[in-house]
Design a protein around this ligand. Structure first.
Ligand code: 5AD
Ligand code: SF4
Length: 468
């Protein structure tokens, strides 16, 4: 990967492209001795064994790892943190993992790898305790608590909530292109600005060339990544904003999405562009955090709830079939019952298709952490109730919206190939996750009718015609 645009304090290049894939080889930031410069860039390697569920779990852990400021690398020897997301289904699975753990122990002794986490099905099994002792594993997680990785890597603890589907990362068909790093906001609760520093944007031409190269080598789905992608500005002074970059990328790539955005930066013309361009997936992830103006002020979010509602109106009008997801924090210090009611009202008004709901967790060094013991702190039991109320409200709306898709015929992008129950996992142009019975390969398309719907996923019938 050649597109290197940023240097760290040692003047060492940091790649702003991440292309998680099973094949070689994103080039990590390389420091003396040919390995990533650990002083300024933490690196992580995720190795996935087994089925599509594990691939999906790895995607979620990848998002946490990137959020915590790590750069993803593909080789163990370049990684500070290695996550082995394991499978237990075959007899030799543990032996295979033992082989990897042995190698990792050696790399740890040599001071290359610093931490090893074992997750997934072996992590959930009894046997993991012996492995833990024998190989001095730093963290063991089962399949139901992978979210605990968040705390381990310095992110807020995450409750297991519905996870909006993330693009798959296996094979060559999807690519993640980081267009900016860091964040210029200072949200009261958030550790990201201190971990990742201020925003650094990658030049437009550099991004466009990378996308062109990826598409030339077979990538069919490009996701533009960053903490606040819509705050992107061309650092080369062309005056181009995210709207312009998205437009250019949408001309180069056959399928495009972007995440994450900040409501204060989201321009109406960008929302309209999503509806206008055939290659842009009609899904928007726009974290709101709270429906209460008082809390939004305390959080330093920089907008009021009505401004957020207006953005959503523009999106719904521009992309009527589109999907909308958000992040919501309940129990931030000072949140009253009235504030919580305001959040529930906003959830009703916006009718999200999915949401990450978080219980506030104090992160040291953040403004809100200092308030965690103040009289305004929200007791755990209250936060838990509010958490469930918000989650339920989101799911009810999502379920109703999904039901409306039944009967429609959709072109479905295949993200994960058929699994044991005979269904592949795909995505419609409106951004809905769909299970569909097909042998089509990831990166291909099938056309199918939606037959039923749950709160999180649609179910399609046999495809009409061959995959394309
Ligand atoms: N407590 C709870 N949730 C948090 N988030 C960030 N920091 C915290 C915290 N201290 C959530 C926000 C953000 C998402 C990535 O994580 O909702 O949008
Ligand atoms: Fe954190 Fe706020 Fe920046 Fe998002 S916008 S990364 S929540 S400081």
């Amino acid at each position: 990967m050649s597109s290197i645009t940023k240097t760290n304090k040692n003047n060492t290049p940091i790649p702003l492209v991440k292309k998680p894939s099973l094949t070689p080889t994103p080039v990590p930031a390389v420091g003396p001795g040919g390995r990533p410069d650990a002083e300024s860039t933490r690196t992580a390697c995720i190795r996935t064994f087994g089925c599509q569920m594990n691939v999906h779990d790895s995607d979620r852990m990848r998002r946490m790892i990137l959020d915590a400021g790590y750069t993803e690398v593909t080789r163990y020897e370049d990684a500070d943190l290695v996550v082995l997301n394991t499978c237990y289904v075959r007899e030799n699975a543990v032996d295979r993992v033992r082989g990897h753990l042995g190698e990792l122990s050696r790399l740890k002794r040599e001071g290359r790898v610093k931490k090893v986490a074992l997750t997934g099905c072996i992590g959930a099994a009894e046997e993991s305790r012996q492995l833990e002792k024998h190989y001095s594993i730093d963290l063991i997680l089962g399949t139901h608590n992978t979210y605990e990785l968040a705390e381990f890597i310095g992110l807020p603890g995450m409750e297991e909530t519905h996870t909006p589907e993330l693009p798959g990362t296996e094979g060559e068909h999807t690519a993640f292109v980081t267009i900016m790093t860091g964040c210029n906001y200072k949200c009261s609760y958030c550790v990201v600005p201190s971990v990742r520093g201020r925003m650094v944007c990658r030049p437009m031409e550099n991004v466009v060339h990378e996308v062109r190269r990826l598409v030339g080598s077979g990538t069919r789905y490009v996701t533009l990544l960053g903490q606040t992608v819509d705050a992107w500005r061309d650092p080369e002074g062309s005056g181009n904003k995210f709207f312009d970059l998205l437009g250019r990328v949408a001309e180069e790539a056959p399928r495009v999405w972007f995440t994450t955005s900040h409501p204060s930066n989201m321009e109406d013309r960008t929302l309209r562009l999503i509806g206008e361009r055939e290659t842009i997936v009609g899904k928007l992830h726009l974290p709101v955090q709270s429906g209460s103006d008082r809390m939004l002020k305390a959080m330093h979010r920089g907008y009021k709830s009505d401004r957020y509602r207006r953005k959503i109106e523009v999106f719904r009008e521009a992309v009527p079939e589109g999907t909308l997801s958000t992040d919501i924090i309940v129990g931030h210090p000072g949140e009253t019952e009235e504030d919580h009611e305001e959040t529930l009202r906003l959830v009703e008004d916006c009718s999200f298709d999915s949401a990450y709901v978080f219980k506030f967790s104090p992160r040291s060094g953040t403004e809100a952490a200092g308030l965690a013991k103040s009289p305004g702190a929200v007791p755990e039991g209250v936060a838990q109730r509010r958490f469930l109320e918000v989650l339920r409200a989101v799911e009810q709306n999502a379920f109703k919206r999904n039901q409306r898709k039944i009967g429609s015929t959709e072109e479905i992008y295949i993200r994960h190939a058929k699994n044991g129950n005979g269904r592949a996992v795909g995505e419609t142009w409106s951004g809905h996750a769909v299970h569909v019975p097909t042998t089509a390969k990831p990166g291909g398309y099938v056309t199918s009718k939606i037959e039923s719907a749950g709160p999180h996923v649609l179910y399609a019938g046999e495809p009409v015609g061959p995959p394309r």
